[in-house]
Ligand binder design. Structure first.
Ligand SMILES: *Cc1c(COP(=O)(O)O)cnc(C)c1O
Length: 385
């Protein structure tokens, strides 16, 4: 039987045509396909500014810099995320800490955040930036986090890498409550540009700063120049930036994929609904739904309950053996050796650890068939029930 991956990109002829068109054009990079991708993305996410970058890790890095993160800054994120959500703070020389998750949403817990802020206020160690993560595509509690940001004076950098097209309070994520939001277009994500990332923001100054840092801190923009131009060739480096540019080839693929996001999203949601039905009678905790938000369904994660007849490691091995590409999202970041060396240890964030011990990500992608889903459910059933 064919292997069922946990995620599979969907490339159609329109995507191929869009990429070939760029390959035959004058610009492979720094051309019009990037601007088009940014404009389309901003429109789709109802936000004023979108800046495309080489990947979401780069986007998190320079979004942190643009928000003023540096030596001596404090950044907090969720331990239940990919390491990039925390690494971005370390790149800037900042101190990183974590806020434990809510076991139902698997996102940063607003209660834990509030408690931690109260403690930090008393000690004079309030964070400068908080990076909540829309885990699995489910938007985090942004309205509540915004209220705390206003009370305690931190900026919000939303890691929406999983959440392209997800909705919160009836609007797409990326334009509400956060100071900036970051999206990933890695091949396993909701829409792909092979590698790629985007920062969205309502703040024109912030967008300008990110665009500058994306390309060496070098500019020809008359507003940013510090000296009088010396001629038509003139440019200045006004900040220390990087080469974090996306290419036109990638941007064309991303823009083409974005045109189909509604269909792909609906297909993911239908698969998730169907999993809810066919797994309902098993000793599993299924993803929770919320009335005021809808997931982009990047991941469908189940947790084995006490009644399950095997543990997660056994189920994982059995499913891989059966040709089913299960995965685990995520090993809590604070338990990674690099973070242990910074002083973190298992036991620091018990809800994220308890979740991790029982979690398994099962295949979900738009083109998945009923037969594939039934096979996944069947193998789970054979082991846990
Ligand atoms: C994938 C991912 C990233 C990094 O994305 P890249 O585009 O691969 O750099 C960051 N944060 C989260 C939560 C992710 O899942």
């Amino acid at each position: 039987m064919a292997f069922i991956p946990y995620s599979r990109q969907q490339i159609e002829q329109a995507d191929i045509d869009a990429v070939v068109e760029v390959l035959q054009s004058d610009f492979l990079t720094q051309g019009p396909a990037i601007e088009r991708f940014e404009k389309d993305f901003a429109e789709r996410h109802q936000v004023a500014h979108a800046v495309a970058l080489s990947n979401a890790t780069a986007a998190l890095h320079i979004a942190c810099l643009a928000l003023g993160v540096g030596q001596g800054s404090r950044v907090w994120t969720s331990p239940n995320s990919f390491v990039a959500s925390a690494n971005c703070a370390l790149y800037c020389g900042a101190e990183i800490d974590f806020v434990d998750i809510d076991p139902d949403s698997r996102n940063m817990s607003v209660e834990r955040l509030r408690e931690k802020l109260e403690g930090a206020k008393a000690e004079g160690t309030l964070p400068d930036v908080v990076i909540p993560v829309d885990f699995s595509g489910m938007p985090c509690d942004l309205e509540d986090i915004r209220a705390l940001a206003d009370e305690y004076g931190f900026r919000i950098l939303q890691d929406a890498s999983h959440a392209t097209g997800a909705e919160y309070q009836g609007k797409p994520v990326g334009g509400q409550y956060a100071d900036a939001s970051v999206f990933s277009f890695h091949a396993v994500k909701i829409v792909t540009s092979a590698e790629g990332g985007m920062v969205t923001t309502q703040d024109a100054e912030l967008a300008k700063k990110i665009a500058l840092l994306r390309s060496h801190g070098v500019t020809r923009d008359a507003d940013l120049l510090e000296h009088a131009p010396e001629g038509g060739w003139y440019y200045e480096q006004v900040d220390l930036g990087y080469n974090y540019r996306i290419t036109d080839v990638q941007a064309a693929l991303g823009a083409s994929q974005l045109e189909r996001i509604d269909t792909m999203q609906a297909e993911r949601a239908a698969r998730a609904d169907r999993y809810d039905e066919i797994l309902a009678d098993l000793p599993l905790k299924l993803p929770k739904r919320f009335n005021d938000r809808s997931s982009a369904w990047h991941l469908y994660v189940v947790e084995l309950t006490d009644e399950a007849k095997c543990d997660r490691a056994t189920l994982f091995a059995a499913m891989r053996e059966a040709g089913i590409g299960v995965n685990v999202h995520y090993i809590p970041i604070h338990t990674q050796p690099h973070y242990e060396r910074l002083g973190f240890a298992r036991g620091d964030f018990p809800a994220a650890e308890a979740y991790y011990d029982r979690a398994i990500t099962i295949p979900l992608f738009p083109a998945m068939t009923d037969e594939e889903q039934d096979r996944v459910a069947q193998v789970i059933r054979e082991h846990v029930a």
